[in-house]
Design a protein around this ligand. Sequence first.
Ligand code: DGY
Length: 323
Amino acid sequence: MNQAEILVARAIFPEVLDVLSSHFKVESNQADEVWSASELTRRMQGKVGALTTGSERIDAALLQANPQLKIVANMAVGFNNFDVPAMTAAGVQATNTPDVLTETTADFGFALLMATARRITESEHFLRAGKWTKWSYDMFAGAEVHGSTIGIIGMGRIGQGIARRAAHGFGMNVIYHNRSRLSPELEAECKARYVGKQELLQTADHVMLVVPYSAESHHTIGAAELALMKPTATLVNIARGGIVDDAALAKALAVGQIAAAGLDVFEGEPQVHPDLLKVPNVVLTPHIASATVKTRRAMAQLAADNLVTYLTRGQALTPLNTL
Ligand code: DGY
């Protein structure tokens, strides 16, 4: 019997690869090489399905070169690497991995907020460099987190997870801005108040970005928005590179226009704007908000399940488009 062929474009958990291999003929990239667009297009030849991460771009050119393709399952909740309209036009099912990473990513948002506001990495570098000679009353004095005001931009599942932690765990005043308001029930549960973007930026002690990337959300935070924020404020981006104008942020941090930033995602990552590397008041992590073993396994499993259910039964579990 001729087995359907699929491509697993990046390294994944071997046990999930084994599940896929029990259903399909699999070409995998367990060496985790970063393929160019032309290499990815070439590797897709003959494949009816593919498992990708947020690093692989699925666009009209790749689809045109691979008319046999039926489904691409992204191992990520974000899908700005997919041209979904082009996939729909080509009859290709697109899927992502919602829900399984919500709480883990919200945990990380809080970890990054705490590390940023309380200057944890900056003070650790100081200690490791052998500079700690005495206790001082203002040494690495940071910003209060409990009881302060958090402004959340993007109030989807992860934003709501952040809000619950902030309101119920840290007694914070929660304000949010989103394309649409939450239901009164959800607002009550998250203890969150809807405000305009300008009010949020002017009022929040901590601004948390959890908005999906799109042409509309590009540079949601640029020079003008940074100028509205309090000089004592922190900014945390766990959403996507490009939501923040990184060059403008580096400038704002260098001159103390805002106090600090925590960034898990970057414009043009894995490149990081060189000016961000020069300022001490920024905590930088390499896109790891969903990175616990349990959650990454669940993401891989859900992406694999989407391939199996779609290619064997014509039904995706978490579809992004309707064909
Ligand atoms: C996601 O799921 O979108 C995370 O950013 C991991 O890529």
